[in-house]
Design a protein around this ligand. Structure first.
Ligand SMILES: Cc1cc2nc3c(=O)[nH]c(=O)nc-3n(C[C@H](O)[C@H](O)[C@H](O)COP(=O)(O)OP(=O)(O)OC[C@H]3O[C@@H](n4cnc5c(N)ncnc54)[C@H](O)[C@@H]3O)c2cc1C
Ligand SMILES: NC(=O)c1ccc[n+]([C@@H]2O[C@H](COP(=O)([O-])OP(=O)(O)OC[C@H]3O[C@@H](n4cnc5c(N)ncnc54)[C@H](OP(=O)(O)O)[C@@H]3O)[C@@H](O)[C@H]2O)c1
Length: 510
């Protein structure tokens, strides 16, 4: 059967896929979503206690404010899903979405040009897409002029560590599972799994921290056991968005605070100034570190990272601590074990310092392998370009791979608010598709992506997380300029210098 031909296909129905569907709605895109739900990670990677950790006014579509947007509490994952469904219903986006439709293969059927990127809607099929549904055994083929890949950087594919032979979960007498499987349990299932059990949580990032607290809560009382967090790398954690009484955004999210940081394409004066501003950048990081050390028992528990706070911020790794995290540690319900290597033994987990931890349950809060989702569907020769040149995706404006024709990627280069960034990039993409402006040459795009990656490398050892948080306003400025919008969008100079930028600053220009 000949493939069904449409202009634009979107793969994924998380926030990135929704943002793309809304901005490209005039082209009637087809959105393939593998599961029966919108929301991606918010539906499939959330625990009972999962909340947004970005303030709600920063995780908001520009034309669809949260109800009670000034409420400073963080919405639960259920509220986030309600917000996303309500957005989809309001803008009639559900008509584009095909649920339970997993893209299992993509073929390039166009002509590959290298000198320039070419037209995004050339009027003929460029990609063919094989979709597997619950209803039929085989696959249905579709053809598109342009594809937007929104399969998510997290979720779906767990990152499972490699173990030496005979030291993997197969020899463990207890239960070992990844957080993605824990997310599938209901309240009763999680309590049954954790209550009265010695639990080892592998990891020390947001999933691990939230899980340790859920574990401690299920183990209250004299019969409760301890949950031990196995930590390979220490990271800075933050109790709330206020530092020495000042709002957190003042340190990194305003034009004046980002002035201290490197950005791509800065002029001669700034390239001269930037090294001179290095002590000021270090001072900002130190102010925050001193607050965190004074406020949290990091030294007592041996949890003070050696790297600067800025490195965690610049790699989008800043985790907000649940309120009772250290209270539970003080009660002995959460303990910490530093280890660079570990493996299983029959009764639990063994470490490279020859010590052993007894455990009934080992929870792998080891994150996700989102790249493998891309690699499973993007065909060669393009698959090899995904990680080119240094394990990072070179995406122009966080969206277009200069060497992969007629395809955009949304949701892979992160910021402090991934929703805000996904939306503004999709606004840019929609105008690009409509030829309101043209892409620069492939060479110029590669130069830009190289500059951005070099800045990330200079700012943080965790650069492979691909995060633009220290130059996010500049990133949006460049996007606005390319779209022909004003980039300085505040009402006056004071606000321009000291108030943070969020989605509402980028409402459509009338
Ligand atoms: C638990 C958790 C909490 C987070 N909290 C925050 C936060 O507070 N603030 C923040 O800014 N960021 C947060 N993030 C980062 C988060 O990943 C982004 O904010 C955002 O939700 C990602 O959306 P996405 O659409 O890019 O990807 P996803 O949400 O992963 O959506 C991808 C969608 O694609 C579908 N899909 C995948 N492969 C295929 C295929 N082959 N065919 C068809 N469909 C496919 C999936 O089913 C999924 O629905 C969090 C991440 C996690 C895991
Ligand atoms: N809003 C929320 O409340 C919320 C909740 C959960 C997750 N999230 C987001 O979801 C994303 C994924 O978070 P995540 O915590 O699931 O994953 P993650 O950020 O990738 O963290 C994985 C953790 O596992 C550790 N790890 C990985 N392999 C290991 C190994 N072999 N041995 C020991 N430790 C190992 C990592 O240590 P190293 O640091 O040494 O690599 C890290 O501590 C992040 O963006 C996060 O912010 C948000």
């Amino acid at each position: 059967m000949a493939p069904v031909f449409s202009k634009i296909g979107i793969i994924g129905g998380g926030i990135s896929g929704l943002a793309a569907a809304k901005q490209l709605s005039h082209h009637h895109p087809v959105v393939f979503e593998a599961t029966d739900s919108l929301g991606g990670v918010w539906k499939h990677c959330s625990f009972r206690s999962t909340k947004l950790q970005t303030p709600r006014c920063d995780y908001e579509f520009s034309d669809y404010p949260w109800p009670q947007r000034n409420n400073s509490s963080f919405p639960s994952y259920v509220e986030i899903l309600e917000y996303l469904y309500s957005y989809a219903a309001h803008f009639d986006l559900l008509r584009f979405v095909r649920f339970n439709s997993k893209v299992v293969e993509i073929r390039f059927v166009g002509e590959r040009k290298t000198a320039d990127y070419g037209s995004l809607l050339p009027g003929q099929p460029m990609w063919e897409v094989a979709v597997r549904t619950d209803q039929s055994e085989g696959v249905q083929w579709y053809a598109f002029e342009f594809l937007v890949i929104c399969t998510g950087k997290y979720g779906d594919v767990p990152n499972i560590p490699d173990f030496p032979q005979n030291k993997g979960p197969e020899i463990f007498r207890g239960k070992a599972l990844h957080t993605i499987d824990y997310c599938k349990l209901d309240d009763e299932g999680t309590t049954q799994l954790l209550k009265g059990k010695k639990v080892a949580v592998i990891g020390y990032k947001k999933s691990a921290i939230d899980l340790a607290v859920e574990c401690a809560e299920a183990n209250q009382g004299p019969d409760g056991q301890t949950c031990t967090m196995v930590i390979r790398t220490l990271h800075w954690t933050v109790p709330h968005y206020s530092i020495w009484g000042l709002p957190f955004y003042l340190f990194y999210s305003t034009r004046s605070s980002q002035f201290l940081h490197e950005r791509p394409n800065h002029g001669f004066l700034r390239s001269f100034l930037c090294p001179l501003l290095s002590p000021a950048r270090k001072a900002v990081s130190k102010i925050i570190e001193s607050y965190l050390i004074s406020k949290l028992p990091l030294e007592k528990y041996g949890l003070k990272p050696e790297h600067a706070f800025e490195e965690d911020y610049a790699s989008c790794q800043m985790a907000i601590l649940p309120e009772n995290f250290f209270a539970e540690a003080d009660k002995g319900k959460i303990a910490f074990k530093r280890a660079s290597r570990w493996w299983f033994w029959e009764g639990g987990v063994e470490f490279d310092d020859n010590t052993k931890l007894e455990a009934d349950v080992v929870m792998l809060a080891t994150g996700y392998d989102g790249k493998s989702k891309l690699k499973a569907i993007i065909p060669e020769p393009f698959r090899s370009l995904i990680d080119f040149p240094s394990g990072m995706m070179p995406l122009y404006r966080g969206t277009i791979h200069p060497l992969i024709p007629n395809m955009a990627f949304v949701g892979y280069i992160e910021s402090v608010s991934n929703l805000h960034t996904a939306e503004i990039r999709c606004k840019w993409l929609a105008r690009l598709v409509d030829e309101q402006f043209k892409l620069p040459s492939v060479e110029k795009m590669l130069q830009q992506t190289t500059k951005e990656m070099e800045i990330m490398k200079r700012t943080t050892r965790f650069y492979k997380r691909s995060c633009i948080s220290t130059f996010s306003i500049n990133h949006s400025d460049e996007i606005c300029e390319e779209m022909g919008w004003t980039s300085w969008r505040k009402k006056n100079w004071l606000a321009e210098a000291f108030s943070p930028y969020n989605s509402q600053d980028y409402e459509e220009e009338k």
